[in-house]
Design a protein around this ligand. Structure first.
Ligand code: NDP
Length: 364
């Protein structure tokens, strides 16, 4: 049975599936590639090549789904901290199925199992990939496809920021901006599962009440717009947060910083406003705040096969299995329609649309 892709016409799926079946049968695979940095809509091309054969420690993975995240867009634009050598296949995260293994592959990576890449910038926007088996992490096969495709980067970031910077106990308050982002939604859900309360700051928009309710439905304690933050009675009635998570920077970052309790910590992980972080002098002198940064890529590199990494994934999958962690709203987009995914992932002036997830084959 064909899955129903949200935001994608069913007839299109039928055409797409038949194309994929034909392509696999002909021994060809597809990838999105770019050989110069620039506007993703212009520099990304769809290429075909022969499906490679795994040898030795290699594994052939058939990709099922891959996320389009802001970092992917920025990497293609050439403005991200990592500039992969060109030509390059974009995509930091995604989920695939092992379909063939080389003769020296050991352990639990076997045909039929689902895997996610251990490395960032692995290039997930392709139908097939060869990898050394040690560069893959086996994940449970019964995890919802969208959750599996989006679990590594954003929930991982949320988990680490809640665990690694400030000791938190039940009832403590965490504040964050960009609360409707994929990371923000993961923060809300993981914090709620840990018994923490969250103050969630979002940009004002038409339909703000609906957005507030959505975030409350997944566990947010309070949701306010940037303009409401300072005067909100709901916020002021809570204890001051000891941890602030900054997705946006600029003025929004300064505002959440001002909310911190004495000795509080603000962790900056995003700069969506493209503005620097400005720190009021009083926050440094009188509140003694600390500023930290977090980058999942660095953490993964430093914890490549560290038990903490598997523990984090186990904890996240546990939350998923208890329905306490769900993916953000998303649209599945067939690989051939990659331009649609890219456009929707970089709204020009407007607000965020759904998380774009490229799907390959029928996603099964
Ligand atoms: P999403 O695409 O899910 O969400 C983007 C968020 O940014 C939305 O909340 C959106 O709000 C907000 N936003 C967009 N433009 C602006 C703007 N001009 N001013 C204020 N807010 C804006 O993103 P992700 O959750 O995938 O990523 C969020 C950020 O976190 C990105 O910067 C990403 O690079 C970073 N990140 C960093 C990681 C790290 O390790 N440091 C790991 C993962 C993500 P709105 O609805 O109002 O448009």
């Amino acid at each position: 049975m064909l899955p129903v892709y949200r935001g994608v016409r069913r007839s299109l799926n039928v055409v797409y599936l038949s194309q994929v079946v034909k392509r696999s049968a002909s021994g060809l695979c597809s990838s999105l590639t770019y050989d110069e940095y620039g506007d993703p809509e212009k520099v990304i091309k769809l290429k075909e090549e022969v499906i490679p054969k795994p040898e030795g420690k290699q594994v052939l993975v058939r990709m099922l789904a891959a996320t389009v995240n802001p970092a992917d867009i920025n990497t293609i634009q050439g403005v991200y901290a990592i500039k992969p050598p060109l030509p390059s296949i974009p995509g930091n995260e995604g989920v695939g199925e092992v379909i063939e293994v080389g003769s020296d592959v050991e352990g639990d990576i076997k045909p039929g199992c689902r895997v996610i890449p251990r490395l960032n910038a692995w290039g997930t926007w392709r139908t097939h990939a060869l990898a050394d088996y040690g560069d893959l992490i086996k994940i449970p096969s019964d995890i919802d496809l969208a959750m599996a495709a989006t679990i590594a980067v954003n929930p991982g970031t949320a988990y680490r920021m809640l665990k690694d910077f400030v000791p938190l106990s039940t009832g403590d308050v965490v504040i964050q901006n960009g609360a409707n982002s994929a990371v923000g939604q993961a923060v809300i859900q993981i914090a709620s599962a840990l018994g923490l309360r969250t103050v969630n700051v979002v940009r004002d928009r038409p339909g703000i009440d609906e957005l507030k309710q959505k975030l409350k439905d997944i566990g947010a304690t309070v949701v306010v717009t940037e303009g409401q933050l300072r005067k909100s009675e709901e916020v002021n009635s809570l204890p001051k947060p000891s941890l602030a998570l900054n997705c946006v920077s600029g003025r929004s970052g300064t505002e959440v910083l001002r909310q911190l309790s004495s000795n509080g910590v603000m962790v900056t992980y995003g700069g969506m406003s493209r503005q620097p972080v400005t720190v009021p002098v009083g926050s440094l002198i009188f509140t003694n705040v600390s500023l930290k940064g977090f980058w999942m890529t660095r953490w993964n590199k430093e914890h490549y096969d560290h038990p903490k990494r598997q523990q984090m994934l186990n904890d996240l999958f546990e939350l998923v299995s208890h329905n306490k962690l769900k993916p953000p709203e998303y649209s599945y987009v067939p690989l051939e329609n990659y331009l649609e995914a890219i456009r929707n992932a970089m709204p020009k002036d407007g607000m965020l649309s759904k998380k774009q997830i490229l799907v390959f084959g029928n996603g099964k």
